[in-house]
Write a protein that binds this ligand. Structure first.
Ligand code: BEZ
Length: 360
């Protein structure tokens, strides 16, 4: 039914007198966003109840896009600006989205009782099969930021057959070393939990710039009614284990990966493509949704999920020579990503792109 509504808006709505196709497209996007408010579910897992929100309808032969947010945020504060970005609509209309909230991070979550044993990041990864089973979804493309990127990587290491691709933004795959702990303890002497989390989310430059976005997120985190819960997720993040990625070894991500910032030294350079972009700080999905959307399109096209015919004219002209043909119907083919400059950055690689790195 939701599918039908989408089609009616795109196919049958006539242009109003004097309305340009561009204005009609914007109106259509706004209507689609308004119609699809998402459905929130909770599922019991061995590590407590987990809440997630599903947008769109499942598409046959297509993975779900499953997101996992960073510490201090929830799915909305982490991903709404990206998923509601104009150009993102032509991508996400082809996928159902499952946005997971870490326990106690969902809107209106009650504060956990004192002494509550919050799951480790590895245990949070182990809750994902319960969600997929509940929804009867077999494969995903994961999109994670910070702690969420770590959780999705751990899930992918344990369930590689269910992960078709991963977008990892600002992942730190290593456990804290003793130097990190010393610095953490020292900072904790003079800073509040909220400030420490802000320091994890944003660069020092961004924080001292104190833009409207920083003020907004400082306000959200400082006044969060579930700040105690957030501290528990923060502690789990700080106690994470090494993911122990091994280049060419057994412990490695087998699916295509779009890696946003750092971590290239851990990946096989013969399998890595690079997309360099201008500065976008610690949360590029908030500050540079356009650049990330474009990179995501290249990534999906490389996996065979975005035909160039469903991309914007601008993206199409940039990517026409970058990728081999891919069908929107799920007839997937691995493609190459080749050297090419664009306004937002540079793409370069040698052999067929399996992993793509985006430096923000
Ligand atoms: C989505 O369409 O996937 C979405 C909408 C609102 C917030 C986050 C994601």
């Amino acid at each position: 039914m939701a599918e039908l509504q989408e089609v009616q808006i795109t196919e049958e709505k006539p242009l109003l007198p004097g309305q340009t196709p561009e204005v009609a497209k914007e109106a259509e996007l706004a209507a689609r966003i308004l119609l699809d408010r998402g459905q929130t579910h909770s599922v019991e897992t061995p590590y407590g109840s987990v809440t997630f929100t599903v947008y769109g309808t499942p598409k046959p032969k297509r993975p779900a896009i499953l997101t996992y947010h960073d510490v201090g945020l929830n799915y909305k504060t982490c991903f709404q600006p990206l998923f509601q970005f104009g150009d993102m609509q032509e991508i996400i209309q082809n996928f159902v989205r499952v946005h997971v909230d870490a326990p106690g991070m969902e809107e209106g979550a009650p504060v956990f009782p004192v002494g509550y044993q919050y799951p480790s990041l590895d245990q949070l990864a182990d809750t994902i099969p319960c969600i997929l089973q509940y929804l009867n979804f077999s494969t995903i493309i994961g999109v994670g930021v910070g702690a969420g990127a770590y959780i999705l990587s751990r899930y992918a290491l344990n369930h590689q057959e269910t992960v078709e691709g991963l977008v990892l933004i600002n992942i730190d795959p290593n456990a804290k070393g003793w130097m990190d702990w010393a610095a953490h303890k020292l900072t904790g002497l003079t800073s509040s939990i909220a400030e420490m989390i802000l320091g994890h989310l944003f660069s020092q430059e961004e924080l001292s710039g104190n833009s409207e976005l920083i003020q907004k997120y400082r306000n959200i985190i400082t006044h969060a009614p579930n700040l105690e819960n957030i501290e528990l997720y923060w502690n789990s993040y700080n106690n994470r284990r090494d993911l122990n990625f091994e280049r060419g070894g057994d412990i490695t991500l087998k699916c295509p990966v779009m890696l946003v910032v750092e971590c290239n030294s851990k990946l096989d350079p013969t399998q890595t493509s690079f997309l360099k972009m201008a500065d976008s700080g610690g949360q590029p999905q908030l500050t540079q949704p356009g650049k990330l959307t474009e990179a995501f399109k290249y990534f999906l096209q490389g996996m065979g999920y975005m035909a160039s015919s469903c991309m914007t004219r601008l993206s199409r002209s940039r990517t026409a020579s970058l990728t081999s043909a891919a069908s929107i119907d799920g007839n997937r083919s691995r493609s190459r990503t080749l050297s090419q400059s664009s306004e937002s950055g540079t793409l370069s690689s040698g052999p067929p792109g399996h992993t793509m790195e985006v430096s923000c």
